[in-house]
Design a protein around this ligand. Structure first.
Ligand SMILES: O=C(O)c1cc(=O)[nH]c(=O)n1[C@@H]1O[C@H](COP(=O)(O)O)[C@@H](O)[C@H]1O
Length: 266
């Protein structure tokens, strides 16, 4: 069954072959966080040789709709539709069916939508070959204080783990989590969950680099060494003076880490 976590993950891992550099490239997803189709396409064409997938998020999808998905198709890259669906099961199920018709590879839902919503999403996705759902556990822009303010007990690690358990039990093959929780999630769930991490900030953590609105961050190398499958990296590439060089440097960093660890599963 396409949505069972193990088979979905195997299906995903099959695409992680080739040389270490090629594998490193495939691990990186570049979000097309741009205000127009033209800007998104120009950036995607430039960055495409250094990434494995393109993420289409709220800004571009709200402005341009499904036309944005065509950019990834034209470039032959995986398409990650990041709509973070969170609604009643019927509404989310219908939205998943609509997204599946766009032939995207990944689609996000919020784990906080609950078991019935996640199960409905998984059931609808299972009818569409090649679509992998990812449940967002705890947004990388939140910290412990935010969780306390929402009345969520037990801290970030525990909550990310509970959300992952809920997602897995509901038939969702992967989760989006901060790189800070990835080692714990990999330890708890083994190789049967696809772990996707935004909140990536290259360079030394000496306080000089801005983490923007991200509160739980790590370097590409730390995220991969902790067991992340895919890294979502936006502003460190998009806002760099030379975006292609920035992307290449990240690919090299990831490749070095893959060579030095067994986390690439070869
Ligand atoms: O689902 C996501 O992709 C996501 C989840 C999350 O917890 N945090 C997060 O930053 N993201 C997305 O990942 C990207 C991170 O971008 P940068 O912070 O610019 O690298 C953005 O497009 C966010 O929408």
């Amino acid at each position: 069954m396409a949505t069972l976590p193990t088979s979905s993950r195997d299906q995903h891992r099959t695409s992680l072959g080739g040389s270490t550099l090629d594998e490193a490239r495939r691990r990186i997803i570049f979000p097309l966080d741009y205000p127009s189709l033209e800007q998104a396409r120009a950036a995607a064409e430039k960055i495409a040789p250094s990434v494995g997938g393109l993420k289409i998020g709220l800004e571009l999808f709200v402005r341009e709709g499904p036309r944005a998905v065509q950019i990834g198709r034209d470039l032959g890259l995986d398409i990650f539709l990041d709509l973070k669906l969170h609604d009643i099961p019927e509404t989310v199920g219908r939205a998943v069916a609509a997204a599946a018709a766009l032939k995207v590879r990944y689609l996000t839902v919020h784990a906080a939508g609950g078991a019935a919503m996640l199960s409905r999403a998984a059931q609808v996705a299972s009818q569409s070959e090649g679509l992998l759902l990812l449940a967002v556990t705890v947004l990388t822009s939140l910290d412990e204080e935010d969780l306390r303010a929402q009345g969520i007990p037990g801290g970030l690690e525990a909550h990310a783990r509970r959300m992952t358990e809920l997602a897995r039990a509901s038939g969702i093959p992967g989760v989006v989590a901060s790189p800070v929780e990835v080692a714990g999630l990999r330890g708890a769930f083994g190789r049967d969950v696809l772990l996707v991490t935004p909140g990536i900030r290259p360079g030394p953590r000496d306080g000089r680099r801005s983490t923007d609105d991200q509160k739980r961050v790590s370097t590409p190398s730390e995220a991969i060494a902790s067991g992340a499958d895919l890294l979502v990296i936006g502003r460190p590439i998009r806002d760099a003076q030379d975006p292609l060089s920035a992307a290449r440097a990240i690919v090299n960093e990831v490749a070095r880490t893959l060579s030095a660890t067994s986390s690439h599963g070869k």
